[in-house]
Design a binder for this molecule. Structure first.
Ligand SMILES: [Zn+2]
Length: 270
């Protein structure tokens, strides 16, 4: 964690931990209870473990159903429900412990990964492919600064973006770059709040889109077979969160394509 967050920030988090029953308010969305820091440490720890397991071939891909999420946490600032940037911790662990030099972070959460961007905007070892709805939290500006890292791809989506548009954009903007980058590890910030049933965004995605995208990522990242670590970010409507996460995990686990995924794909072609 100290490779991502300075020690004074980690000490700050320890210092604001409230007594049981009390909360510390970071901002309007983000509160810390007496167990939040422990939960955040477990979440980041799960990703570290998952990275070790896929690199040591003890697991073929991994999914961490961990909360709190992480992608809005900047190096020295909590926000947007996030305290520790889990995906950034996983990436830095892979660099420091396993000496990897090319890691792709794919963030399909409906919200912009402002924390992950702040941490890696000058680090060319990291590719960040980030799709998000423009005009919702954290209100990314049109020209988001990308620093000195040439491997950052912002993919803003308009309110109402549907499956067809989403898939076209991913095919055009992400897959060729991912292929070319030849990652040694793929980390996914898997937020499912772009589902049409989820009230926190105006994107209109279907659970079959998450299965499709996961499949495309596996196909395209052929430079690192078995080395995908995915971690839960957003998703706030339990029904669509459950369906979407299950669709994503099914593909990661190498299970046969679900019938509804094939059926939905056929519908999209008409
Ligand atoms: Zn989100």
């Amino acid at each position: 964690m100290a490779l991502v967050h300075p020690r004074n920030y980690l000490r700050f988090l320890e210092s604001v931990q409230p007594q049981p029953g009390k909360i510390y308010r970071v901002d309007d969305d983000t509160v810390i209870s007496h167990q939040s820091l422990e939960a955040a440490r477990f979440a980041a720890g799960a990703l570290i473990k998952a990275v070790d397991m896929v690199i040591q071939k003890k697991a073929h891909h991994a999914f961490c159903a961990a909360r709190p999420p992480g992608h809005h946490a900047q190096s020295n600032r909590a926000g947007g429900f996030c305290i520790i940037n889990n995906i950034a911790v996983a990436a830095m662990h892979a660099i420091a412990e396993h000496r990897l030099q090319r890691i792709a972070i794919i963030d399909f959460d409906a919200h912009h990964a402002d924390g992950t961007l702040e941490i890696f905007k000058d680090d060319p070892r990291i590719m960040l492919l980030d799709s998000f709805e423009a005009d919702i939290f954290p209100f990314p500006k049109e020209n988001i600064p990308t620093g000195r890292n040439p491997h950052i791809v912002h993919t803003p989506l308009k309110a109402g973006t549907d499956s067809r548009r989403f898939r076209t954009v991913i095919r055009e903007q992400w897959l060729p770059k991912l292929k070319q980058f030849k990652p040694e590890l793929v980390l996914i910030s898997a937020g499912f709040d772009g589902h049409k049933q989820d009230q926190t965004s105006y994107l209109n995605l279907h659970e079959a889109d998450y299965a499709w995208l996961t499949h495309k990522i596996i196909q395209t990242a052929s430079s690192c077979p078995g080395r995908i670590v995915s971690a839960l970010e957003g998703g706030y409507t339990s029904e669509s969160l459950g369906k979407s996460a299950a669709a994503h995990i099914r593909v990661l686990a190498g299970m046969r394509k679900a019938a509804y995924v094939t059926e939905y794909q056929k519908q999209l072609k008409h």
